[in-house]
Design a binder for this molecule. Sequence first.
Ligand SMILES: C[S@@+](CC[C@H](N)C(=O)[O-])C[C@H]1O[C@@H](n2cnc3c(N)ncnc32)[C@H](O)[C@@H]1O
Ligand code: SF4
Length: 381
Amino acid sequence: MAEDWEAGGFGLYVHWPFCAAKCPYCDFNSHVTQSVDHDAWRNALVSEVERVGTLTKGRVLRSVFFGGGTPSLMAPKTIEAVIDAIAKTWPMANDVEVTLEANPTSVEAHKFTAFRSAGINRVSMGIQALNDPDLLALGRLHTAAEGLAAFDIARSTFDRVSLDLMYGRQNQSLTQWKSELWTALALGLDHVSLYQLTIEPGTAFGDRYKRGKLSGLPNDDLSADMYALTQDVCAEFGMPRYEVSNHAKDGAESRHNLIYWRYGDYAGIGPGAHGRLTLQGQRHATEQLRMPTAWLLDNDRTQEEALSGADQAVEFLMMGLRLTEGVDLDRYTRLANRSVDDTKIKELADLGLVTQKGRNLFVTNQGFSLLNAVLRSLLND
Ligand SMILES: C[S@@+](CC[C@H](N)C(=O)[O-])C[C@H]1O[C@@H](n2cnc3c(N)ncnc32)[C@H](O)[C@@H]1O
Ligand code: SF4
């Protein structure tokens, strides 16, 4: 009998934890350092690939994602060595997706051809904003023109390029966001990630916010209007949402992120990387040491925690309902050993927040704006 993870497939996440500067809004595991011993990092990442490979022998790899941090600061030969090790470790799907997260400065754009030769076939580029004052306020090291120039180079180098933009920024009006989104979509993208800026505790923005010094952030009404507008503009461009914050033309969805949202298995390597791995029939949550220096010295083991069926069912629902394709209620039942409460589904359906077709449950357009409340209602019974 197939194991549950097979419904989502198997992928690999590789974390590169260094950045040229720390952006004030960012709470990812990213660090600024004077120098990086690229040989030591290459050897450590390759040996982690080999170690995880022995645990997951014979699986077909659908996707590899180099994320960060700023993995476009990696030496192309490090990426090449890691991809070579991956190719020796797992059979790869014919259409394997190999993504690199890139920052759009000219330094990185000049490395794109070398990244392609190393085996990267998709780039996800953090443009974030399309005007210079906002990029400065976000602590970014590139101008809007540099961002667009890097995007052009990426597009002439790779078949698949996605952009990230953040909205709900300080003093950003609905009209300004509309025109910025239009400009981005008019570039003729087939994938875009559009995130509402969140203020994370422990970041520079988080500290400023606590002191009442981060003015001009949208209130709940404006945030809701911005999200609704985003859906309308993207629909006009034939780029409907397929996940809460991700939009794509048909077939251009991120195969890597679909593994997470469809609750497949993925190995996470590099400092702080998380994974979900089913080993001898038991799914585990895995995590690597978070501090880069600690990880570099001690990466020959993984911290793993066995997940109960109930834990897995919760994760499956939380991930799956983010997708417009919805979730298979029978899969939930198999994981949880009980079904989702039908009366809860009916209550939410009567409010217009979910729809059920056969055994598939979807969140409606209205429900997407209230996704957390929908999840709370389905899970807290
Ligand atoms: C791993 S991060 C950074 C990737 C890359 N280093 C960059 O900065 O372009 C991936 C994306 O998350 C988004 N992001 C990061 N922090 C965020 C925040 N506080 N609120 C909303 N989106 C955020 C940004 O759009 C970013 O491109
Ligand atoms: S947003 Fe990107 S570049 Fe900025 S600190 Fe975070 S990971 Fe680094």
